[in-house]
Ligand binder design. Structure first.
Ligand SMILES: [Fe+2]
Length: 234
């Protein structure tokens, strides 16, 4: 018997770590954490007791414009180039733009509900603080190709399932991200987090990235270079 696995989703997990602190260099990890917690304090109180604070919908959506985060975004740029190269694509032919970036803070029992960043091409998440017992990151198949019965691999139909559970018969895959890791994935991928279990909050930075071609001649479905874009003036 030959079993052929087709079309895997690739999630890139890069151990960026943190800038080293010294007598002369500030602790950038703590500086970034403090800045995000300040943003949370400055924004409206949460509307749900179980939803993590996400700065993108609270008026804090452009960390990439803040010089405080410049070194981090330089590292994210290198990670994105590595991801694109790993996918066998010539990164040198593309320009990448951060369009939105924000902090996420999850206190105990808080979670991020399932969603996708449909307005974006690539998304990243960088884990500034992630206690070992913090909630894992979940990726969900939006078109589970092996579900010959709708929902057959979902937990609501677990009584029909014998196992073992693998990537081929799962509608959800949970990934335990380590502190300091940079995660990169296609923005259209549906994702969520488990409820956070630790008394220490999970603090991360997310960013959305648009990819354009330096020269889009002959490539209908890739965005042309920004130099060709013109704003309509009504
Ligand atoms: Fe997200």
């Amino acid at each position: 018997m030959k079993k052929i696995e087709l079309f895997p989703l690739t999630v890139f997990c890069l151990p960026l770590g943190f800038p080293p602190a010294s007598e002369n260099a500030p602790d950038m990890r703590q500086t970034w954490i403090d800045r995000i917690l300040q943003m949370r304090r400055d924004s409206e109180p949460p509307q749900s007791a179980i939803s993590a604070w996400t700065g993108d919908v609270k008026g804090h959506a452009f960390l990439h414009e803040d010089p405080l985060f410049a070194s981090l975004f330089a590292n994210i740029a290198r990670g994105l180039a590595a991801y694109i190269g790993e996918m066998g694509i010539d990164a040198g032919q593309f320009d990448l733009y951060a369009t939105r970036s924000w902090g996420v803070v999850a206190e105990k029992n808080e979670r991020v509900n399932r969603h996708a960043h449909l307005q974006s091409h690539l998304s990243v998440a960088y884990y500034l603080q992630k206690p070992p017992d913090g909630g894992r990151l979940a990726f969900l198949k939006s078109d589970a190709p092996n579900e010959f019965i709708p929902g057959i691999f979902e937990s609501k139909m677990a009584s029909l399932f014998k196992g073992p559970r693998t990537g081929s018969n799962s509608s959800t895959t949970l990934i335990d991200i380590d502190e300091g890791d940079l995660v990169i994935f296609p923005s259209k991928t549906v994702h969520a987090t488990e409820p956070h279990q630790s008394d220490t909050p999970r603090i991360s930075i997310s960013a959305d990235v648009i990819v354009t071609l330096k020269d889009a001649t002959g490539h209908e479905f890739a965005l042309p270079n920004l130099s060709h874009w013109k704003k309509f003036n009504a």
